[in-house]
Design a binder for this molecule. Structure first.
Ligand SMILES: *Cc1c(COP(=O)(O)O)cnc(C)c1O
Length: 413
């Protein structure tokens, strides 16, 4: 019998036998590791034997978390990194070369957008397209295209890419499909279900869930044929081609770039992951109820949430996300209502940039996280000055509604 996902996460450490009978994997903080003999150490270095040599390349606590993310994504292999951005950068920088082309969703997490500008400065070409429409993705593909990159629920306007359609396109054209699954987590969607080759997560967000640690991950679903990928270095083209991609990402991202997840953070994220299903159920329910309620408030012009019937990709989200719609929503106040005044009137909700925390957070996106990209790019992304983004937590719903009622009450409708 195959256990359910929460059961598997809770029991994944101890079933493999933890030191001293501990039921959690302990925090291994040693920087250096020794093996039984010098020959064994050499074998680990060569990759002929598994083991640890130096913590920059990984430690047992991180490996236990990697096993959990792997379970969640039903992936082939997972590598963890110090942050979500480190994971994305490790994957893209290690797999792209000058002259390569990537097709990306135009609706992106701001720092990923900025990373793509760095890649452009290094000679990688990037086409930003409206990925809610697979035809636009298909039209942007060139002979030099290596990667298609999308997020599951776009931040902050919650557009839902044609995730399955793009997966089919990438499979047909043998393109590496990279899906940032942070906003949905494997509870709402597994990357493999839409034929992703690589799935990335900001573990800092939903999987860790408590806003007390940072981390990121890259999972290889096993669906992409690495023997056809042009940028694998000769050193990593050994043995089964299925291992090549994640090996190169690991070697470059961890060993060379040093974007290593600390054992303390791996431990906290692993503990957070134990309650992922429970937290998401509550937070997604809160988000749906709040979105429906906010849509009826006269001070609010527009609410963006995939769970609303008014959302252009509502049906797609319902088909893909197992009946839940995530914890992110955003809304525009009616003209004449100042978003700063509104945010400052909130007493319970915290004004902060984080996402998928247990606590509800709100932020004026155009003035903060999307400020640096400039007015023109914001316009393309549909981010108006009065847009407020909400990351809904697990508080008691009535308390959240009370806070929004009193904050909106400051404005005469
Ligand atoms: C937060 C976030 C990231 C980056 O993660 P960090 O851990 O903050 O570096 C990447 N993608 C998405 C969709 C995010 O929300």
């Amino acid at each position: 019998m195959k256990y359910g996902i929460t059961t598997r996460i809770l029991h994944s450490d101890h079933v493999t036998g933890v030191e001293h009978g501990a039921v959690h994997k302990p925090m291994h903080t040693s920087a250096a590791y020794t093996q039984g003999s010098a020959r064994d150490l050499a074998a680990v270095f060569k990759g002929d034997q598994s083991g640890y040599v130096y913590a920059r390349q990984g430690n047992p606590t991180g490996a236990a978390l990697e096993a959990k993310i792997n379970l969640l994504e039903e992936a082939r292999a997972t590598a963890c990194f110090s942050t979500g951005m480190a994971a994305i950068a490790a994957a893209l920088v290690s797999l792209l070369r000058s002259g390569d082309h990537i097709v990306s969703s135009a609706f992106l997490f701001g720092n990923t957008n900025s990373l793509f500008q760095t890649l452009q400065a290094m000679g990688v070409e990037v086409s930003f397209v409206d990925s809610t429409d697979v035809k636009q993705v298909a039209a942007a593909v060139r002979p030099t295209t290596r990667i298609v990159f999308v997020e599951t629920i776009a931040n902050p306007r919650t557009q839902i890419s044609d995730l399955a359609g793009i997966g089919a396109l990438c499979a047909e054209k043998q393109l590496l499909y990279v899906v940032d699954n942070t906003l949905t987590t494997p509870v709402l969607l597994r990357g493999r279900d839409v034929q992703a080759g690589l799935v990335v997560h900001a573990l800092t967000k939903g999987i860790g869930g408590h806003g007390n640690s940072m981390g990121g991950s890259v999972s290889d679903t096993g669906l992409f044929d690495w023997s056809k990928y042009s940028n694998i270095l000769p050193a990593y083209k050994k043995g089964d081609a299925a291992n090549w991609g994640i090996l190169q990402i690991r070697k470059k991202g961890l060993r060379d770039f040093g974007a290593t997840l600390r054992a303390e953070d791996a431990h906290r994220i692993a503990v957070g992951a134990e309650t992922l299903v429970l937290r998401l159920a509550r937070a997604c329910d809160n988000a749906l109820q709040l979105a429906q309620w906010l849509e009826k408030q006269p001070q609010i012009a527009r609410v963006y949430y995939p769970g609303l019937k008014s959302h252009p990709q509502h049906q797609r989200a319902a088909d893909l996300f197992k009946g839940s719609f995530g914890t992110l929503l955003s809304f525009e106040l009616r003209d004449g209502f100042d978003c700063f005044d509104f945010l400052d009137a909130l007493k319970l909700v915290i004004v902060s940039s984080h996402l998928s925390d247990t606590r509800t957070l709100a932020i004026p996106v155009a003035h903060t996280i999307y400020w640096e990209m400039g007015a023109e790019r914001r316009k393309e992304m549909g981010i108006v000055d009065g847009l407020v983004r909400l990351s809904v937590g697990i508080e008691d719903l009535t308390d959240l509604q009370f806070d929004f009622t009193q904050a909106l009450g400051q404005f005469k409708a």
